[in-house]
Ligand binder design. Sequence first.
Ligand code: TXA
Ligand code: MG
Length: 335
Amino acid sequence: MRNFIPVKTGLETSILPAGQAGAEAAARILAAGGLVAFPTETVYGLGADATNATAIAHLYAAKGRPAFNPLIAHVADLAAARRIGRFDARALRLAEAFWPGPLTLVVPKTNDCPVADLATAGLDTVAIRIPAHPVAEAILRAFGGAVVAPSANISGHVSPTLAAHVESDLAGRIDLIIDGGPVAVGVESTIVGCFEAPMLLRPGGLSRERIEAVLGMPLGRPPVETESHDSQPLAPGMMASHYAPHATVRLGAQDVAPGEALLAFGPDRLPGQEAAAAVMNLSPAADLDEAAANLFGYLRALDARAPRAIAVMAIPEEGLGEAINDRLRRAAVAR
Ligand code: TXA
Ligand code: MG
């Protein structure tokens, strides 16, 4: 079910370069209940004061996001994280190994957790991360509290890896965009549920292999998601159709049909490629980290050519390939 909080459209959206003045403006706007988009190492986030339910309602509305889908609380350091969530020994080990970085931990809330219920969608757990980006860190420090931040795109659309992507989705709906240039990782954070058995809730910018090496055990898989909107899934954001360009997406392509665009990977050429509407290569050298960084920007760019479909070459299911394939499968779900 959608929420029907009216969107504040016609807002004057300022765009400021990264820097101290930008961080201070961002902190002021957050404190006043406003919405600020800023870069993290994974994707651009749309931030609101995590304790301000009205600001969070505006955030959901600006994105057109279903309110049952909870948000990640971003903090500057582990002390701030521990005021929000309870970390057992395993969660602490992951935090110490990978924060700041592209890892989100889902842990039980503290008794006096300040994050608004609207941001956690009524769950008794909370998702937390410390982003590894100087601009995000400067904003979090200047603001001094937790900031909830989903990806700064219209809900269901491809996540933004440039300030220009944020502007094209959200101009007129948010107060400020801080432009910190292109992001480094390019896919969202990996989400680990710190339950009895630790669980990979969303593959992302930190590979499963690196997490399992620190834990000394394999990560569990959440039970297969349901599309039911009134149940409370473990990883509620993981709806099948998500990260979607407008064009149809065809996976595992071994050739290119006339009028299709090709999203290539690696050095090989496909039959029919010369007649493609457009070709972009995620990584000619078949480097999965490079491919992740290029993924969303290239999907947007190919989509803008309005091709018959976007054909995507196969990508190995290892390292960040697991997150890339996860996003591509969601983009390929027929809508
Ligand atoms: O890289 C990222 O994580 C980016 C940047 C901006 O930090 N943020 C991001 O947020 O991807 P968003 O809102 O697009 O994704 C948050 C995910 C959703 O799938 C949501 O369901 C899940 O986190 N989530 C949040 N709280 C949860 C909880 N308590 N239990 C399980 N999943 C949770
Ligand atoms: Mg998102």
